[in-house]
Write a protein that binds this ligand. Structure first.
Ligand SMILES: NC(=O)C1=CN([C@@H]2O[C@H](COP(=O)(O)OP(=O)(O)OC[C@H]3O[C@@H](n4cnc5c(N)ncnc54)[C@H](O)[C@@H]3O)[C@@H](O)[C@H]2O)[C@@H](O)CC1
Ligand SMILES: Nc1ncnc2c1ncn2[C@@H]1O[C@H](COP(=O)(O)OP(=O)(O)O)[C@@H](O)[C@H]1O
Ligand SMILES: [K+]
Length: 517
């Protein structure tokens, strides 16, 4: 799914009104009616008090349309105007008049947090104060109002975006943002729903289709894409009947040191389980027995070093190499890594200590093959590109780094983001059970395994991250967050593949019904 920027959303709005020959007021009516339908379907006329807080721009206009429709349908609605500016939008004003014509219970105008009404935990708050038009911090009294929303513990539904969040800038004041239980976002999710510093402001979100011009939506390129099953299915390479193991490449996993041989075992097993034809583990001698006995499918090559790698040499021709897991940073290992890069021509996936060594010796970056994949967690990324002040700066720095070195950079985390030059691909699978030792090693193996099977490095990264998260989501059903361990993610990889071709469960009957008018 494309994630449109604020400018692209405004442009889509404008083009839609032009091409469909409708007014912006009609588009607002259409958009807010979708919100009304969503609520009506779930509330079925329930008389829960609904408090709708409207700003004075178009987000507020949406709130007023919603309020009018709820009033017409007999809901228990209280409407407030958060009067933060004199500059009211045209469609706000039109809908302000319309609601006055609909009910005698006119909106209460709030000019300070003083007039804040009593709201109980079982009530509902609709937040239509600011939308994507926020361009400076809200006034203090508006921030106070947002704090009162939170303190009320009422279910809070934000329209388009939690008020106080910018679409393209970091948070300035944590207290000046609405905490939404749910956000109904028009046409496109907003990037900030997925970034570590801002994802917390909406627990759940959903996109509502408001009929923006189809050609515009399909033809407009976005910098950011959300990756779910729909996006990875076209990447999948089916197997031919007469295929043999030579068709699926030979993975070499290089890493391990005394006490950290398991990392290589995990990466090697996951490479094979992802579909690679052959896997060789390259380790220091101390790991030979353990890896041979715990993972008989692997071939093993031992380094001359006993407890750490000191001279990487092998007489096989790997299709793809994953390097760095559990490798350590002993002086000999660093020298061996450097010498290896000089002679290497195979596609590379670099993780863990390979990244740490690159961070220490940046001149080695130029020795990486084009479109090598690096998979840092936040600390490793910081060592590589330096500190960032916020999520937006982090993305900018990673884009510049990817461009400068022609690398695919995976920013690991709750929503891992694959960055290649300007483009960013946000993953939607995975869960907090993955915050466990070795889960990153499994990912290194999966991506390397996919490259070995002929996937382009970028496709392998996007698909690999998706499969890794999906596999953990499936394993979660048996183990729960606490007991999920990295090996489980390998065991369910097959289910993650098969899930690609599962038909979605039919929606519940109630969901299919049109709302009663
Ligand atoms: N994207 C779409 O397709 C549609 C969007 N609509 C709504 O329109 C919204 C955007 O509306 P607007 O552009 O009017 O913007 P907002 O309603 O988000 O903000 C209102 C105005 O307040 C001013 N402002 C910004 N920050 C302020 C601050 N801190 N203190 C005081 N004033 C401030 C700005 O001039 C801004 O235009 C969307 O979020 C969405 O809810 C819908 O009405 C119709 C369709
Ligand atoms: N809260 C979370 N939600 C989803 N995925 C997560 C979460 N925490 C960690 N992960 C994923 O788990 C993996 C952890 O990798 P890493 O930190 O390198 O672990 P290790 O070094 O132990 O192997 C990454 O793919 C990351 O995206
Ligand atoms: K809002």
């Amino acid at each position: 799914m494309k994630v449109f920027s604020k400018e692209q959303i405004y442009e889509g709005d404008r083009l839609t009104t032009e091409r469909q020959e409708i007014s912006s007021t009609e588009l607002m009516e259409r958009a807010a009616t979708q919100i009304f339908n969503w609520m009506h379907l779930r509330m079925q006329g329930a008389q829960v008090p609904v408090h709708i807080f409207c700003g004075i721009g178009n987000n507020g206009g949406d709130g007023l349309v919603l309020a009018r429709q709820l009033v017409i349908h007999g809901y228990n609605v209280k409407t407030y105007i958060v009067n933060y500016s004199e500059t009211r939008s045209k469609d706000f004003l039109i809908n302000y008049e319309r609601i006055k014509d609909t009910t005698k219970d006119w909106p209460v105008v709030l000019n300070s947090a003083e007039g804040f009404p009593e709201i109980y935990p079982d009530d509902i708050i609709v937040d239509a104060v600011f939308g994507i038009g926020l361009n400076r911090p809200p006034a203090d009294w508006v921030a106070d109002l947002f704090q009162k929303f939170k303190a009320s513990e009422a279910f809070t539904l934000s329209i388009d975006i939690p008020s106080g969040l910018y679409t393209d800038k970091p948070v300035e004041d944590e207290n000046a943002i609405v905490y939404a239980n749910y956000t109904l976002s028009f046409q496109s999710p907003k990037l900030v729903f997925f970034l570590p510093e801002t994802a917390k402001y909406t627990i759940q979100w959903e996109v509502l289709d408001i009929g923006i011009d189809r050609d515009y939506l399909t033809q407009t390129e976005t910098e950011v894409e959300l990756i779910s099953k729909f996006e990875v299915l076209p990447l999948y390479k089916p197997r031919q009947k007469f295929a043999h193991k030579g068709d699926f490449g030979h993975v070499l996993i290089i890493g391990g040191s005394f006490g950290k041989i398991g990392a290589v075992q995990l990466a090697s097993r996951s490479a094979l389980s992802s579909g690679a034809g052959l896997v060789t583990s390259y380790i220091p001698q101390c790991g030979y027995n353990s890896i041979q006995s715990s993972f008989p499918e692997a071939m093993v090559i031992c380094d001359d070093g006993d407890k750490a790698i000191k001279d990487i040499h092998f007489n096989i021709e790997p299709t793809a190499i994953g390097i760095g897991v559990g490798m350590g940073q002993a002086a000999d290992t660093i020298a061996a890594f450097e010498a290896f890069l000089k002679g290497n021509e195979s596609p590379l996936v670099l993780d863990a200590d390979a990244i740490n060594i690159l961070a220490k010796k940046k001149t080695l970056l130029k020795r990486l093959p084009q479109q090598s994949v690096i998979t840092p967690h936040p600390k490793e990324l910081e060592r590589l590109i330096g500190k960032w002040s916020d999520d937006f700066e982090k993305l900018e720095k990673v884009k510049a780094f990817s461009k400068a070195h022609d690398l695919i950079v995976l920013i690991k985390g709750a929503h891992s983001i694959t960055v290649y030059k300007e483009k960013q691909y946000i993953n939607t699978t995975g869960n907090p059970g993955m915050a466990t030792a070795g889960s990153g090693d499994v990912l290194t193996g999966i991506i390397t395994g996919l490259i070995a099977q002929g996937y382009e490095p970028l496709a392998a990264t996007i698909f690999g991250v998706y499969l890794h998260g999906k596999s953990a989501d499936i394993a979660l059903e048996d183990y729960g967050y606490q007991s999920l361990i990295a090996s489980h993610i390998i065991e369910t990889l097959g289910d993650a593949y098969m899930d690609l071709f599962k038909q979605p469960e039919p929606e519940e009957k109630q969901e299919e019904q049109e709302p009663e008018q």
